[in-house]
Design a protein around this ligand. Structure first.
Ligand code: SF4
Length: 289
């Protein structure tokens, strides 16, 4: 290990506004509703360490509504499907705390509005991601689809004589680059294209800063849950620019050999990574130095 290792931490590393809000609502719940069972529907955020911390406070994770017999239900920042929201409405015995991020809510409203106006809704995102599952559910099933790359754009959109009406939007944590690439590819279609840039600036700001760091440091650490889509994307983007980029969940994942011939290490973290996990990584790196 080198004696001098310069550490640069991204200002945007860690909790975004929506995650901060959701975690705070969950942390406050035991005090607001003493003696009641409190559950989140799915993990409140994609960070296992935060989920464990909340469980210690009495906020537990349920995987479905059927597992909750009473008490308080917290809807996570990714939001839920329209079908699940309706089921919740039929359970007046439960108190609902809606921690859906307002930016995700806006994207859900766009899907509902454009779908009702007979547009073909195209969502750029990961089909299995809970936020995307929620977004799709607000559209007309026959006219709402998810694509993950430019090659997924249906050829039928460009069929001669056809004039499709398309509303394009994205999962809030998608990369701006991919959104631009797909919207440009759709521009030549003969019809109507309405683009809604639903990518949250918290994500794009974090990506830009991490990329800048990856370009100026000779090693990058990206901290965050392995199940966190935005952390994985941050790592992928940094890896394209700086091959020595590593995704870690906690300080325990750090391997000394990564820094053997390095002088600067950049640090960024996903939107669902708490500050205390970043601080632990910093403390470990400083110890190594
Ligand atoms: S990344 Fe953006 S959209 Fe997603 S929870 Fe955070 S603030 Fe909301």
């Amino acid at each position: 290990m080198k004696a001098k290792l310069e550490i640069k931490v991204a200002q945007t590393a860690g909790f975004c506004f929506g995650v901060h809000r959701a975690v705070n609502l969950a942390k406050e719940a035991p005090e607001k509703f003493p003696g009641q069972q409190i559950h989140t529907l799915g993990p409140i955020i994609h960070n296992p360490q935060v989920v464990i911390q909340l469980a210690a406070l009495g906020v537990r994770q349920a995987d479905s509504l059927d597992q909750i017999s009473q008490g308080v239900v917290i809807i996570r920042s990714h939001g839920i499907t329209r079908q699940l929201a309706r089921k919740l409405e039929q359970r007046p015995d439960l108190t609902v705390i809606d921690a859906t991020c307002p930016f995700v809510r806006r994207a859900q409203e766009i899907v509902a509005k454009m779908s009702a106006a007979d547009y073909q809704v195209v969502i750029i995102g990961e089909p299995d991601h809970p936020e995307v599952a929620g977004l799709i559910s607000y559209g007309e099933p026959q006219r709402t689809q998810v694509i993950s790359r430019k090659a997924d754009i249906p050829a039928a959109f460009f069929t001669k004589g056809k004039t499709p009406r398309i509303a394009l939007l994205a999962q809030t944590t998608q990369s701006q680059k991919l959104y631009n690439r797909i919207s440009l590819a759709l521009l030549p279609l003969k019809g109507e294209l309405r683009c809604f840039n639903t990518i949250c600036t918290a994500t794009s700001d974090r990506q830009s800063e991490a990329l800048e760091l990856a370009g100026s440091c000779d090693c990058m650490l990206i901290i965050g849950g392995r199940n966190s889509a935005n952390t994985n994307r941050l790592h992928e983007l940094c890896k394209e620019k700086q091959n020595a980029s590593y995704h870690i969940e906690t300080a325990a994942d750090i391997q000394n050999r990564w820094f053997a011939d390095k002088q600067t290490v950049g640090i960024s973290a996903g939107a669902s990574t708490p500050k205390w996990l970043i601080d632990e990584v910093l403390a470990q790196l400083q110890q190594l130095c």
